[in-house]
Design a protein around this ligand. Structure first.
Ligand code: SAH
Length: 248
C-alpha cells in the first residue's frame, strides 16, 4: 500500500460512488468531457493509425469507469484502478451489465508499478493528480507502469485566478455543478509543474491541450490556446537505448 493517498479524498468519492453513471448528476461534467478527452487520447497516444485497438491500458483513479469503459469500447484491453472501493464496485457492475470486458482493481498506482513495471502501452490519469498528497510520486509510478516507447495522458486543473473563479467559486459555490469540497485550489497544478514532474520521472512531454466545458450547454471541446482551467498533457517514455555490442 502507499501513503500517497488522502483518506478524506477517498471518503468524499466513496459518498458519491452511486452517482457515477447518472448523466445529469454530480458527474455530468465528466460525462460531457469524456468524448473530447477520448478523442485526444486516440489522436496523441494511438500511434500513426490513431487507434487504441489491442493496446494494454491502465486508467489510474478511474472512479466509476467513465473513461475506462470508453477505452475498452475503443478496442483497448483496459484495467481501471482506484482506492475508493465503492467506486470500483460500481464500475465493475456497470461494465458487467453492459457485458464489456474491463478489469477493475482496488490498488494504488505505486503498488501496481511494483507489481507490473513496464506492463502497459498507455497509462491514463485524468482528473486524479489534484486529489493526491504527492502528485510527483504518482507521476513517477506512472512512468514505471508504462513500457519504453509507450504513452501517458494526464489531465488536471491549472492553478490561476481564472481556474479558482470557475472551478471553486463558480462550479462548487454558485452553480453546484461540482459537489462542494471536491477541489482544493492549492492542489491545482500548472502545466509547467506537471511537465517538470514528468521529465523528472523520465517521461517526455509532447503536447498540452486545453479542455473546455460549458455548463449551460453541457458541452465540451478541446482548445489548443486555452489552458487556463482544465488541460490534457501527452507524454512519451523514450525507447530503451540499444545495448552497445561489446568490442570483439
Ligand atoms: N479519472 C476519472 C475520475 C476522476 S475523479 C475520470 O476522469 O472520469 C478522481 C478519482 O481519483 C476518484 O475516483 C478518487 O477515488 C480517485 N483517487 C483519489 N486519490 C487517489 C489515490 N491516491 N489513488 C487512487 N485513486 C485516487
Amino acid at each position: 500500500m502507499t501513503s500517497n493517498v488522502d483518506p478524506e479524498e477517498i471518503a468524499h468519492f466513496e459518498t458519491l460512488a452511486a452517482r457515477w453513471w447518472d448523466l445529469d448528476g454530480e458527474m455530468a461534467a465528466l460525462h460531457a468531457v469524456n468524448p473530447p478527452r477520448l478523442h485526444y487520447i486516440q489522436q496523441h497516444a494511438g500511434g500513426a493509425t490513431r487507434t487504441l485497438k489491442g493496446k494494454r491500458v491502465v486508467d489510474i483513479g478511474c472512479g466509476g469507469g467513465i473513461l475506462t469503459e470508453a477505452l475498452a469500447e475503443a478496442g483497448a484491453t483496459a484495467l481501471g484502478i482506484d482506492l475508493a472501493a465503492a467506486s470500483i464496485k460500481i464500475a465493475a457492475q456497470h461494465a458487467g451489465n453492459r457485458e464489456l470486458a474491463v478489469d477493475y482493481r482496488v490498488v494504488s498506482a505505486e503498488a501496481l508499478a511494483e507489481e507490473q513495471p513496464g506492463a502497459f502501452d498507455l497509462v491514463c490519469c485524468l482528473e486524479m493528480l489534484e486529489h493526491v498528497p504527492d502528485p510527483a510520486e504518482t507521476v513517477a509510478a506512472i512512468a514505471t507502469l508504462v513500457r519504453p516507447g509507450g504513452d501517458v495522458v494526464f489531465s488536471t486543473i491549472n492553478r490561476n485566478p481564472k481556474s479558482y473563479a470557475l472551478m471553486i467559486v463558480g462550479a462548487e459555490y454558485l452553480t453546484g455543478i461540482v459537489p462542494r469540497g471536491t477541489h482544493d485550489y492549492a492542489k491545482f497544478i500548472r502545466p509547467s509543474e506537471l511537465a517538470r514532474w514528468a521529465r523528472a520521472a523520465g517521461l517526455v512531454p509532447k503536447n498540452v491541450t486545453g479542455l473546455r466545458y460549458n455548463p449551460l450547454l453541457k458541452s465540451a471541446s478541446l482548445s489548443e490556446r486555452d489552458l487556463d482551467v482544465n488541460y490534457l498533457m501527452h507524454c512519451q517514455k523514450p525507447e530503451l537505448a540499444p545495448t552497445p555490442t561489446p568490442a570483439p
